[in-house]
Design a protein around this ligand. Structure first.
Ligand code: G16
Ligand code: MG
Length: 219
């Protein structure tokens, strides 16, 4: 095995942020809490309960733990309905081609997403078979920027973390990749992801050869 490539989901494989936004927005409207797309940016890569807490902060009343569980479940049920509208057309440009090329080159591929719905998203996009391992977000205690989800993904592949590289669109994810001891590729710019080791505009700009070259730069 030459190494492992660890992908974030939202913003790297597809854009689920808009569907999360719609589901949260319906809940926030129901509770009369202000919520917009700009605030939604703060929720990227943040797990479900932490996202709910950030939204409820803008309201003027307290919720019990039990009520919060109910609200998180309500949002998730709506999100799962919205996921049924996803098709392979929602893959970001170049993703399928890159995944297939990595496979041909003997590089293992894992998903390192904070979303417990990640397996459903991969199914809807028709790329489940192109992943060797999907990290279980539910089994990970510490969120990005902690390294845990990336270390879990490397372990699931059976590849040493120093032979892996991570791809992220969020700064917290880039930091998590570095804490796992791996080089980080940012889908973005020097301005949006100042800590990433390399930047590309879309996954279409990545090839197995380029990834292998960058993997060898660490530690
Ligand atoms: C994604 C999204 C977050 C979402 C989280 C948990 O993370 O960016 O907005 O809150 O998953 O999702 P779920 O409620 O489906 O478990 P990532 O790591 O894929 O960017
Ligand atoms: Mg992301």
């Amino acid at each position: 095995i030459l190494g492992g490539v660890l992908f974030d989901l939202d913003g790297v494989i597809t854009d689920t942020a808009e569907l999360h936004y719609q589901a949260w927005k319906e809940l926030a409207d129901e509770l009369n809490i202000p919520f917009d797309r700009e605030y939604n940016e703060k929720l990227k890569g943040v797990d479900r309960m932490a996202s709910l807490k950030l939204i409820l902060q803008n309201g003027n009343r307290e919720f019990s733990a039990e009520e919060m569980d109910k609200l998180a479940t309500q949002k998730n049920e709506r999100y799962k309905e919205l996921l049924m509208t996803l098709t392979p057309d929602a893959l970001l440009p170049g993703v399928r081609k890159l995944l297939k090329a990595l496979r041909r080159d003997g590089i293992l591929v894992a998903l390192a997403s904070a979303s417990r719905n990640a397996p459903t998203v991969l199914d809807r996009l028709g790329v489940t078979d192109l992943f060797d391992y999907v990290a279980d977000a539910g089994a990970v205690a510490l969120q990005k920027p902690d390294a845990e989800i990336f270390l879990n993904a490397a372990e699931g592949l059976g590849v040493h973390p120093l032979r892996c590289i991570g791809i992220e669109d969020a700064e917290a994810g880039v930091i998590a990749i570095h804490r796992a001891g791996m080089p980080a590729i940012g889908i973005g710019t020097e301005e949006t992801l100042p800590d990433a080791d390399h930047h590309v505009t879309t996954p279409a700009d990545l090839t197995p050869a380029l990834l292998r070259e960058w993997m060898e730069e660490f530690p």
